[in-house]
Design a protein around this ligand. Structure first.
Ligand SMILES: [Zn+2]
Length: 255
């Protein structure tokens, strides 16, 4: 069965401090990651194409990979957008719409950075970048009442569609947190897919509202990214291949 991967980035910038190194990928490194994908035979595809594969069994390339960026940091416009355009790679940016034009205030005690403006979002949209929902306030969907989860999930979709005049098809759960109610609300709200932060490969049988993603960290070299993609894991260490084959051997031996 063909399998496909979805990559998750956040900020594309030099990290402001050591904690941020996980979430902030320097632009030249981001470019090297994306250039390496083609080199390794991966074919970047949009989430729309993945949704059509899951919903309608539309064909997907053998080594399909989708690029996503969470939250809507302004550096996505300044740093990621030119690289994505130059390499003609499709991408989806998930927006926490209540923070746009302000800063990442939901990350208390972390360095604050500007979030995208609607002008920047519109310009990227005109050039093919896709925008998905990521709630309004970047809340924990498994910790708020169902009525609030519904507002968060629907309102971010509505504002994106109003501002862009284009359907918003995809959603990502903030912090990777969700429960059955949240998944049901996303499903009923007219989205076609939703991304979690569960690592691993996806395939035709995957619930479109529980898609797995590989977290690419700012510290990932091309080598560690390649190990993550090869083995469908968030661990990019040199021990990963060994563990992978040991587990496969154990599975085959039934131990
Ligand atoms: Zn987020």
């Amino acid at each position: 069965m063909p399998r496909f991967l979805i990559l998750m980035y956040h900020m594309i910038r030099e990290p402001a401090d050591r904690r941020e190194a996980r979430y902030a990928c320097p632009p030249d490194r981001f470019r090297r990651h994306l250039e390496a994908l083609a080199h390794w035979g991966f074919e970047p595809v949009s989430l729309d194409r993945i949704a059509r594969h899951l919903d309608e069994n539309a064909p997907l390339p053998e080594k399909a990979v989708a690029v996503t960026l969470d939250d809507g940091f302004a550096d996505n416009y300044h740093n990621a957008f030119p690289i994505l355009q130059a390499l003609a790679i499709p991408a989806t940016i998930f927006l926490a719409t209540g923070h746009l034009g302000k800063t990442n205030a939901w990350m208390r005690d972390w360095p604050q950075h500007p979030m995208l403006s609607w002008d920047e979002i519109r310009e990227m949209h005109r050039h093919g970048i896709d925008f998905g929902g990521h709630t309004v306030t970047h809340c924990h969907l498994d910790q708020v009442p169902a009525s609030q989860a519904r507002t968060e999930i629907r309102d971010c979709k509505q504002v994106i569609e109003d501002r862009l005049g284009h359907p918003c098809h995809h959603f990502a759960y903030p912090y990777g947190r969700f429960d059955d109610t949240a998944v049901e609300i996303v499903r009923e709200s007219g989205y076609r897919s939703a991304c979690t932060t569960r690592p691993g490969f996806n395939h035709r049988e995957r619930d479109p509202f529980l898609l797995h993603r590989i977290e690419v960290q700012g510290t990932d070299t091309a080598g560690s990214l390649k190990r993550k993609l090869t083995f469908g894991t968030n661990e990019g260490g040199l021990g990963v291949p060994l563990k992978y084959y040991a587990n496969r051997l154990k599975a085959r031996l039934g131990v």
